[in-house]
Design a protein around this ligand. Sequence first.
Ligand code: COA
Length: 373
Amino acid sequence: MFNPVITGTGVFTPEQIITNDELVETFNAYADLMNAQNAEAIAAGEMEPMEHSSSEFIVKASGIEQRYVIDKTGVLDPKVMHPLFRERADGEISLMAEMAVDACHKALAEAQVDASEIDLVICAASNMERAYPAVAIEIQQALGAGGFAFDMNVACSSATFGIQAAADMVRSGSANKAIVVNPEICSAHLEWRDRDCHFIFGDVATATVIERDSDAKGDYFEILSTRCATEFSNNIRNNNGYLRRSRPYGMEDRRDMQFMQNGRKVFKEVLPMVSKHILDHMADNGVQSDDLKRIWLHQANKTMNDFIGKKVLGRTPEAGEQPNILQDYANTSSAGSIIAFAQNSKDLESGDTGLICSFGAGYSVGSIIVRRH
Ligand code: COA
């Protein structure tokens, strides 16, 4: 058995930013347009008018101030309301693989690992650009990596589930050096026309290199323990897929082809599940609240993170103990906790213990206890 460690992380951040004010201005223009188009039905009481969104609500309800996206032109056009990507030929690299490769190169540089040394690529994300061939295999080829590659999807928990899978394979020897990559094109599965959720997501890709401690060339995080759990719920879902053509309305626009959630229920049901999961995981590994120097949580909602942080530490976390990045990136699904980890972990001292935790659709929750070396 070998000892798996994290030797590098990388984040690909798109160049374009949408602020809450820009987003709300577009949404409100869209709502006015819809209300004008449906004025008769609204006046006849057959239809409810669309209400305006507000930046104040978004910050208060979520803590999100802006999001990075690959294309803002389509999203910010009230007549389009979704990103516009150019069509790629079959021979061209896919958008997901392109973002992933950028994050992988950054993680590999930090780990001082050449891409050709990688023998396991896991592309773990909440939505795949296509069903097959696996995006991970395209990433493997684009990197010049060897071994094998596969996709996995556990929605917002994909990164921690992917790291557990990779760590277990490095531990057993079925892989020597692994990279887990989380390209999240959330802007393409977000319904920007829905006031309840139009502010939630952004685009990003993260990557994590996992290898044996004996191979590490610089500082690293030992993976002390991982734990994953799932409980089925329909409260967060995306029904897009190959059955679309076979449905009564075929390819017509359908709301449930995009991200759907019952936000209030998610909030209420996921919080106790995650808090208990983390506390049980810590207890079973002899980790006390006082032992934790940092918690890197899934980035969906600031109030949720404040609540979990308080439960886990037994007190309100001090500044920096539980870093949030959602104010800048919004919810980036599986990538969120890894962005927080990548950007807020280098200052830990040798021997310091921390915990990465992601959670979301499924429901799913994954936690990783790490120690700095
Ligand atoms: N602008 C202004 N007002 C809005 C609004 C918007 N964009 N969206 C909703 N509102 C209004 C609602 O109409 C409602 O008004 P009412 O009280 O008069 O009925 C009120 O604000 C509260 O709406 P609600 O949906 O209950 O908000 P919330 O406080 O639950 O916050 C979320 C919404 C989505 C931010 C929150 O539920 C959440 O974060 N849930 C968990 C999300 C999560 O982790 N998802 C995982 C995804 S991977």
